[in-house]
Design a protein around this ligand. Structure first.
Ligand SMILES: NC(=O)c1ccc[n+]([C@@H]2O[C@H](COP(=O)([O-])OP(=O)(O)OC[C@H]3O[C@@H](n4cnc5c(N)ncnc54)[C@H](OP(=O)(O)O)[C@@H]3O)[C@@H](O)[C@H]2O)c1
Length: 279
């Protein structure tokens, strides 16, 4: 049976995705933050619940250990957990919260799971693959290696940090495609009715003003499910999808290989994993 690990699966796009993937006979590791919500989705999907708060790297490491001991092979990891943080704060690990939640913690989990993802590739079935939920807001740019924590710039009620984190998510996926044997595809799910921005006044206002433009979580999950469940994607490794469209527009620095490498070095240093090329 093919195994997929989906983070951010307790709500919204991730929850809709795990239900559909289970229906397509994937064994699904349903990863959330809130134990009750995660257990409820896992029960609905027939998946296995796991929890960790990405704002604490010790919990991400413990999650990595649990997944490593539970699964001999992971075919696909979906890094979908994340969101908008309206007030700048540092986590217990000392990183700006958006950066940690949307970039550092997902990268740490991915690096920890590399041995199982490589086994997925060697397993003769689907290649080991990482699917990353980015956002059209990557086009805001604003990723600065010398100020990843937004200590010296306007935070913009979290939107600027969010945009930078979603650009970083694309660059991280591209660095994975470059330095490992895995496939990695970042994507934008569309403007989806979900829990996204629930704690942000500006996001709530935006939702009120644009109700009819929002698509269902199931529609938002469609590109994710496609990227997990399609054996041959048929485009170059690292391609960014806007929905199902592989010609998704990105900020110009999403193709900056030097920036991708500098980001990867900085991530590796912050989360404490080896930064060497690992093919
Ligand atoms: N909705 C959109 O229009 C849109 C557009 C582009 C990209 N995205 C991206 O899509 C992804 C899924 O978001 P969504 O729209 O489905 O929103 P959502 O309903 O709020 O789901 C977010 C998921 O991430 C989890 N999460 C949030 N913070 C976490 C933390 N500190 N530790 C562990 N898990 C955490 C949530 O857990 P809890 O249930 O505990 O909150 C939930 O499972 C996010 O990466 C988001 O940035 C969304």
């Amino acid at each position: 049976m093919r195994t997929v690990v989906v983070t951010g699966a307790s709500s919204g796009i991730g929850a809709a995705a795990v239900v559909e993937l289970a229906r397509r006979e994937w064994q699904v590791a349903v990863v959330g933050r809130d134990p009750a919500r995660t257990a409820a989705v896992a029960a609905r999907a027939g998946g296995i619940p796991f929890t960790a708060d990405f704002d604490r790297l010790d919990e991400v490491r413990a999650l990595g250990d649990e997944l490593l001991s539970r699964f001999p092979r992971i075919d696909v990891l979906v890094s979908n957990a994340g969101g908008l943080v309206s007030r700048r704060a540092l986590t217990v690990d000392g990183h700006e919260t958006t950066l940690q939640r949307n970039v550092l913690a997902p990268a740490l989990l991915t690096e920890l799971l590399l041995p199982r993802l490589r086994a997925g590739r060697a397993g003769g079935g689907q290649s080991g693959r990482v699917v990353v939920t980015s956002s059209v807001l990557n086009r805001l740019g604003g990723l600065r290696i010398d100020d990843l924590d937004f200590a010296r710039r306007r935070y913009g009620a979290g939107w600027r940090a969010y945009g930078a984190s979603k650009l970083a998510a694309i660059l991280y996926a591209r660095s994975l495609a470059e330095r490992t044997s895995l496939e990695a595809f970042p994507f934008h799910p569309g403007y989806v009715r979900s829990g996204f921005g629930a704690e942000s006044a500006s996001a709530r206002l935006l939702r009120l003003a644009t109700g009819t433009l929002q698509i269902s979580p199931e529609a938002g999950a469609a590109p994710l499910v496609h990227l997990v469940d399609t054996p041959e994607i048929g485009v170059p490794n690292g391609t960014y999808f806007d929905g199902l469209d592989p010609l998704g527009a990105t900020h110009p620095s999403a193709s900056d290989a030097r920036l991708a490498d500098a980001l990867w070095q900085s991530i590796a240093e912050r989360v404490g994993v080896p930064s060497a090329v690992d093919r």
